[in-house]
Design a protein around this ligand. Structure first.
Ligand SMILES: Nc1ncnc2c1ncn2[C@@H]1O[C@H](COP(=O)(O)OP(=O)(O)OP(=O)(O)O)[C@@H](O)[C@H]1O
Ligand SMILES: [Mg+2]
Length: 265
């Protein structure tokens, strides 16, 4: 997938104004690569993956997936939304099933059911299958969103802070599972996170986005061995070095954001 010369602006005040959220973004992502995106709040991370998902259109430049320009959503890409975006009229099982329906997967009913069951276990929602979203906690809703995106094994998984509302223990377990699943399926992942540890633990490369209008400040290679959910890796000097390096990049951006706060052009 490639993003080239991309600028994204939102209309404001009913079309009277324009807010530039991303500017001149260039990024090449290889098939099977795990990319983490970090950057200050409001820098355009959600906007970035929404353009890959095809739900936000750039005003300049383009996103190409498999050589073809993205013109809208497609079954090759699934998104875990920052605000869960579940269907309130569907139960947990039916929300997860949507992930298969959207992908147009030709599975028999029993194959589909078996897959859904597997992902219910994976995200720890056994016993809650028949509940509706309003009957779930925020973290549980988020886990339904993760299962819905993973269940169809999309070629590209776009995840917007997928573990933001999940408790620390569950998050560790799910990060480990995610690493295992992705190693087996070879899916390409673009994951937004506020956690540098999560980025370095999961990603092949970490994209650091500058404060608004966001652009790619730096792409940090993470050449640590896998599996990374391992105390020896996370206790290593290289891990500490990468963590500090990324943290310093981000700290500079956060300070810049405060100095230049106020309405942007
Ligand atoms: N539909 C919209 N209309 C107008 N402005 C928008 C719209 N969506 C986002 N923005 C603005 O674009 C900028 C980038 O938003 P975006 O949601 O991409 O940031 P983010 O990096 O995901 O932030 P966070 O870390 O807080 O989730 C923000 O300043 C936001 O106010
Ligand atoms: Mg966001």
């Amino acid at each position: 997938m490639s993003i080239s010369g991309m600028t994204v602006a939102y209309e404001t005040d009913g079309g009277a104004g324009r807010f530039v959220a991303l500017r001149d973004v260039d990024l090449e992502i290889r098939a099977g690569e795990f990319i983490a995106v970090v950057g200050p709040s409001g820098c355009g991370k959600t906007t970035l993956i929404s353009t890959i998902a095809g739900i936000v259109k750039p005003c300049q430049g383009e996103v190409r997936v498999g050589g073809k320009p993205v013109v809208g959503p497609g079954p090759d890409r699934a998104m875990v939304f920052q605000n869960y975006a579940l269907m309130p009229w569907r139960t947990v099982v039916a929300n997860i099933r949507f992930g298969l329906e959207f992908q147009g997967r030709k599975l028999s009913k029993s194959e589909a059911d078996a897959r859904i069951e597997r992902f219910i276990d994976l995200v720890g929602l056994r016993g809650f299958e028949k509940r509706y979203p309003y009957q779930l906690s925020g973290g549980m809703q988020q886990r339904v969103g993760i299962a819905r995106a993973l269940v169809g094994e999309p070629a590209i998984l776009l995840a917007d802070e997928p573990f933001g509302a999940v408790d620390a223990m569950t998050r560790e377990a799910m990060q480990g599972e995610l690493e295992r699943i992705l190693a087996a399926t070879g899916q390409t992942v673009v994951l937004i996170t506020h956690s540098i540890d999560e980025a370095i633990t999961l990603a092949d490369r970490v994209v650091v986005v500058s404060h608004r209008p966001g652009t790619v400040l730096e792409v940090v290679d993470v050449p640590l061995p896998r599996p990374r959910m391992d105390d020896a890796v996370r206790g290593s000097a290289e891990y500490a070095r990468l963590r500090e390096y990324t943290w310093n990049l981000l700290k500079g951006e956060a300070l810049g954001a405060h100095e230049q706060s106020g309405p942007a052009a």
